[in-house]
Design a protein around this ligand. Structure first.
Ligand code: EPZ
Length: 419
């Protein structure tokens, strides 16, 4: 297993472009199941979760051809509408094939995703929604089985906002008979990006990005081209990396509007930012003041940036209270940050960070995708050397992060293979 070694203490400087969004590319690839014609997706990030989704689509009878960040996916026919345990256990987001498979073939058998490091993560809202669209849904031997002669429109209110739940239902309803209205929807930009693709495929979806989405079902959908939106979480990660080193980093090719909760928090803490249409640049700061953060569904503070922000706030004066409201177990990084010398105490869903505390380099263990990013960020300002283990987590959602940080002046490298 590869590891990443970081020698801390250098201020980052320079420009770093962001890739397409993992969490927009995954549902876009699943949408290919809705038609027998090719989808041409550009700006697709070369990250491990995307590769896993290719495997799922190939298992279902599809072909995925990659040429740089252009990816052409064809699902001319679907052999057996099944997403096996071996693939779903690698990536929960595989559940995104459930809605489109059911809509296209009238049948789906998808391994029920188990819990993961950050929480239980049930999919009851996905299944309840599909039942409301007329599907018979069962759980047999660890697999969700769903069948329906043809899905029909319905008026569905989500009990809680769910990103992939909204995406799954949007895709299922796109080919259903009649009109569907989804209420209390998640409003993440990735949902809007998916709706743009589905409408380019001949879908009739309105309201994506708001709490209420209306879908007029169509008989068939066709091929289309679509550029995946920029990755706001990758962008936020690099902005925080620049900020923690008091560096002059310009993150380009992003949409700052998608990061308002983060940029407001950073400016409130004393980090000077220059924000333009498609870039965010950090500047050196004198004093960093503690801030409270409470994660929330979009446009609130993204839970996927909580760990990275915590690393930064270990360097802030005073107390910062970080409340995690989305996932019940998303503080796995605190133990590792404490091993570096951070002063963090956990109380229920809150982490109390006191600072500033000097950090010292240490051997570290990554536990999930965003936790691993926070450890690398902390290592950038730690005295001495850190080695981050189990970085397969970070490769799931960041393309060559060590090369990008290296290009900004970080003393960082990937160590291939075992110790
Ligand atoms: C998406 O996960 C993202 N993944 C996650 O990013 C992100 O953390 C999350 O949204 C929240 O923003 C993808 O888009 C592939 P949810 P998702 O359904 O859709 C509960 C990353 O780091 N819930 O919005 O699985 C759930 O347990 C990943 O890139 C139910 O109870 O998240 C959670 O507490 C990690 N029942 C809350 O809702 C359901 O049926 C929000 O989850 C569905 C969700």
């Amino acid at each position: 297993m590869d590891r990443i070694r970081v020698h801390g203490g250098r201020a980052l400087a320079g420009t770093v472009p962001v890739n397409g969004a993992k969490n927009a590319a995954l549902p876009a690839l699943a949408a290919a199941l809705l038609t027998d014609q090719p989808l041409r997706l550009t700006n697709v990030p070369n990250v491990r979760d995307v590769i896993t989704m290719f495997r799922v689509l190939e298992h279902l009878g599809g072909q995925a051809a990659v040429d740089g960040s252009l990816c052409t996916v064809r699902m001319p026919r679907i052999l057996e509408p099944e997403a096996p345990y071996a693939l779903v256990r690698r990536m929960r987001a595989s559940v995104l094939v459930l809605g489109p498979l059911l809509a296209r073939t009238g049948r789906a058998r998808v391994s029920l995703p188990g819990g993961c490091a950050i929480g239980e993560r049930p999919i009851n809202l996905h299944l309840e929604g599909l039942s409301r669209l007329g599907a018979e849904v069962d759980l047999v031997h660890g697999y969700i089985t769903a069948r329906s002669r043809r899905l029909h429109g319905a008026d569905i209110t989500f009990a809680a906002r769910t990103v992939t739940g909204t995406e799954n239902l949007m895709m299922a309803a796109a080919l259903a008979e009649g009109r569907t209205v989804l209420r209390n929807c998640a409003m993440e930009p990735e949902i809007e990006d998916l709706a743009t693709l589905l409408n380019a495929m001949g879908g009739r979806i309105g309201g994506a990005g708001t709490e209420t989405i209306a879908i007029e079902g169509v008989e068939t959908m066709h091929g289309a081209g679509h550029r995946i939106m920029p990755d706001r979480i990758e962008a936020g990660t690099f902005v925080i990396a620049g900020a923690i080193t008091r560096g002059a980093v310009c993150v380009t090719g992003c949409n700052p509007k998608h990061l308002t909760a983060l940029t407001q928090t950073l400016e409130g803490a004393g980090v000077p930012l220059v924000i333009q249409d498609d870039s965010i640049a950090t500047g050196p700061w004198d004093r960093l003041i503690g801030r409270d953060i409470a994660t929330a569904p979009y446009p609130g503070f993204a839970t996927d940036l909580q760990a990275q922000a915590m690393a930064l706030l270990t360097q802030a004066e005073g107390t910062s209270i970080i409340t995690e409201n989305i996932f019940e177990n998303r503080f796995m990084h605190t133990g590792e940050l404490r091993r570096m010398g951070a002063d963090i105490t956990l109380e229920g869903h809150a982490a109390i960070v006191r600072g500033p505390t000097p950090l010292s380099g240490a051997p570290l263990m990554a536990t999930d995708l965003r936790a691993s990013a926070s450890l690398i960020i902390a290592a950038l300002v730690a005295e001495g050397t850190s080695i981050v283990n189990r970085i397969y987590h970070i490769d799931r959602g960041y393309e060559k992060i060590e090369e990008k940080l290296g290009a900004l002046g970080a003393a960082i490298e990937r160590l291939r293979g075992e110790e």
